[in-house]
Design a protein around this ligand. Structure first.
Ligand code: 7TS
Length: 420
């Protein structure tokens, strides 16, 4: 015990990325948990925040706070400008065609609910179908179930393989003349699988079917170009990409968004209101009723700036090498089985240990200061598919290190020892 028996190779040196160069930007990574240096491997749940994001939040409240889109006073102008600047940053970050295509929401969950509700209301009818995959997060299942129930439509699920992949032909076969939309995760939070969404979008479009891509787990790991993917909607959460909680994005092609009815009614989403008739605002404001999350939106801009400053190719190579290293390292533990062995993966090592409940793994690792998530990861159908109630999931970000992967392995070895 206490040693890592697999062969060492330096992940950082091999890729030219020094995680220490970013770790110092994330104050929380310096803290100790239960007497040990924190090993934060729950990045798929939420990522940690770099100092510029924290500073932006404080600065906003200390010197800029005002409501947006309404005041003619100085502070309101500053806040509005700062908030709208972030919309333009998001547009550039994902290469959207226009700021009108960037709708601010609370997160991926709200974005999907918005589309399921509004698009569903406009286009779903009795007998229609919505196609999803067998590896969706509950956020990309339940809103569609609700929409289908309301409209008498059906949810069609593309099965996944033992390695946790979608067979593209199986997907294609389920796209029918009744399919009104396909909603697909880019990266699975429970398995780490990266889906070939560009090809899946192309196949759907061949049949005239629009596609929503759930990018919640892709944005922290991949550089996404929505126009290259060609998808109609792309959704993500700021807090999973080093920004604050409570802010996220719905990207939607202007053509399709402008034909959708409002989701919520209220201030800011209208041009004029009378008791007889309300004229809705232009995009994107039509989908942003009420005072938005101004502070977190502005701080999210600092997260985008931070990510923009990184050499993404170098970071991606490092993350890939670290994931491979961690996968090989944990695989050396006797009785450990990895759930999700797709060829293309990002960020996630999900596993089970013979005869040991994942919650016990998580509890013992926590004693060592190692934070992982255990449970069904809001993807219960994935657990059912693999015939297990839960997994232990270590999820990585670019600030994680080879040493942390080693500590994870030592921790898991300890778990095995305890349960011997
Ligand atoms: N879609 C995917 C693929 C996700 O992984 C998550 C959150 C969501 C949508 C919802 O994001 P939210 O920000 O609106 O909550 N996934 C996880 C997870 O894996 N552990 O905690 C939350």
């Amino acid at each position: 015990m206490g040693t890592v028996t697999h062969a060492h190779g330096s992940v950082a040196v091999g890729t030219g990325f020094d995680p220490e160069s970013v770790r110092r930007d994330f104050p929380i990574l310096k803290r100790r948990v239960r007497g040990n240096p924190l090993v934060y491997l729950d990045n798929a749940a939420t990522t940690q925040k770099p100092q510029p994001v924290i500073d932006a939040l404080v600065q906003y409240y200390a010197s800029q706070n005002a409501n947006v889109h309404r005041g003619i006073h100085h502070l309101s102008e500053i806040a509005t400008q700062a908030y709208e600047d972030v919309r333009a940053k998001v547009q550039r970050f994902i290469n959207a065609a226009s700021v009108r295509e960037i709708v601010f929401v609370r997160g991926a969950t709200e974005a999907i609910n918005l589309v399921a509700s509004s698009f569903g209301h406009a286009y779903l009818n009795a007998g229609d179908e919505v196609v999803i995959t067998g590896m969706e997060h509950h956020s990309n299942i339940v809103p569609w179930q609700l929409a289908c129930q309301r409209r008498g439509a059906h949810l069609i699920v593309v099965p996944i393989t033992d390695s946790g992949e979608v067979v593209v032909e199986e997907y294609e076969r389920r796209l029918s003349p009744r399919t009104k939309i396909a909603a697909l995760t880019h990266v699975s939070n429970a398995l780490g699988t990266v889906n070939p969404v560009k090809e899946m979008v192309r196949l759907a479009h061949q049949k005239g079917i629009p596609v929503l891509v759930d990018g919640a787990q892709a944005m922290p790991h991949l550089r996404v170009d929505v126009r290259e993917l060609g998808c109609d909607f792309y959704v993500f959460s700021g807090h999973k990409m080093f920004g604050p909680t409570g802010i996220g994005v719905l990207y939607g092609k202007e053509e399709i968004l402008s034909a959708m009815p409002p989701y919520q009614g209220g201030g800011d989403m209208i041009k004029s209101v009378s008791f007889e008739r309300t004229i809705y605002h232009d995009l994107p404001y039509r989908f942003e009723a009420g005072t938005p999350n101004i502070a977190d939106g502005i701080a999210y801009g600092a997260a985008l700036d931070y990510l923009t400053r990184l050499d993404w190719q170098v970071v991606a190579n490092y993350e890939r090498a670290l994931l491979l290293y961690a996968t090989n390292a944990v695989s050396t533990v006797p009785g450990l089985r990895i759930i999700g062995t797709a060829t293309e993966k990002a960020g996630v090592v999900s596993f089970v240990l013979d005869g040991i409940h994942p919650h016990d793994i998580g509890t013992i690792l926590d004693q060592e200061g190692i934070a992982i998530r255990t449970g069904h990861h809001c993807a219960q159908p994935v657990m059912d598919r693999f015939g297990i109630p839960a997994t232990a999931r270590a999820s990585f970000a670019f600030y994680n290190t080879q040493e942390e992967a080693d500590r994870l392995v030592i921790g898991i070895q300890k778990v095995v020892e305890v349960f011997k």
